[in-house]
Design a protein around this ligand. Structure first.
Ligand code: ADP
Ligand code: MG
Length: 256
């Protein structure tokens, strides 16, 4: 059963059709990669799904309801979370405090009243940090953390809203290959355990081909392919938009 359905979505910036009649769906529990060269429209697509942008045409449904054109807050409340970039964590606050803030924000949005005490949020925050392997750093300021560890905290923050769908736009940007694999392995284990589905973009084809259940490919705003790793690897159109294709090693370098 599909949980997220994107139907005939379009968004232009001036003369640029960033997203052009895009349709795809995401099944429950699916780990779906969205790939494509720079400027393909991936981030625009994410920003429409999470409500930061309004589409010109088309719609996004989640759990059967139309969510496009709702404010980001309402979309988050319905169970769609995104991982934020590094700037979203408050450097001077501790790791646990960052996660507690996210838990408090979620509780206020969901229940509309200030209920559990800070100590309760601390216990929940520590539990989330344990799940991402960061419990030992709970009382350290975020700014002291290594980059890969910040990414883990960002994941805990996203999980604080107890999402059904997690959107991750380039979660491993700037990471070394080993860190990348570790983070995605962690995400995959957590989402399988929690039954969350994930839509993510990722530059490393090794990661995409290893971890994604299914891959959709965008180029110039349009969907050009949808399938499993094997079908995407051997897809002529996909190979055309990626130069330097070395499909045998699973490596395709995107053209800018
Ligand atoms: P991707 O994430 O795949 O690299 P984007 O969605 O960021 O692609 O961008 C798609 C196209 O839309 C690009 O040509 C980009 O320059 C343009 N674009 C994206 N956001 C804006 C914006 N806020 N204003 C103007 N043009 C934009
Ligand atoms: Mg992008």
């Amino acid at each position: 059963m599909s949980t997220l359905t994107v139907h005939s979505l379009s968004k232009s910036f001036g003369a640029v059709r960033a997203v052009d009649d895009l349709s795809f769906s995401l099944a429950e529990g699916e780990f779906l990669a969205l790939i494509g060269p720079n400027g393909a429209g991936k981030s625009t697509c994410f920003n429409i799904i999470n409500g930061q942008l309004t589409p010109d045409d088309g719609e996004v449904r989640f759990g059967g309801n139309i969510i496009s054109r709702l404010p980001p807050r309402d979309i988050c409340r319905r169970g769609i979370a995104r991982t934020f970039q590094i700037a979203a964590t408050f450097g001077s606050m501790t790791v646990a405090e960052n996660v507690q803030m996210a838990l408090i924000a979620h509780a206020r949005q969901t229940y509309r009243f200030w209920h559990p005490a800070a100590s309760y949020h601390r216990a929940l925050a520590l539990d989330l940090l344990r799940q991402v392997g960061m419990e030992a750093a709970a009382d350290r300021p975020c700014r002291e953390l290594a980059y890969g560890d910040v990414k883990r905290v960002e994941l805990a923050i996203a999980l604080a809203s107890d999402p059904k769908l997690l959107l991750m736009d380039e979660p491993t940007a700037g990471m070394a290959p080993r860190e990348r694999n570790e983070l995605i392995t962690l995400v995959k284990a957590l989402v399988v355990e929690r039954g969350i589905c994930v839509l993510f973009t990722e530059h490393s084809m090794d990661v995409v081909f290893t971890f994604a259940d299914r891959i959709i490919v965008m180029a110039r705003g349009r969907l050009i392919a949808d399938g499993d790793a094997n079908s995407i690897r051997s897809n002529a159109l996909v190979r055309q938009v990626y130069l330097g294709t070395r499909a045998a090693t699973g490596r395709m370098e995107p053209i800018a």
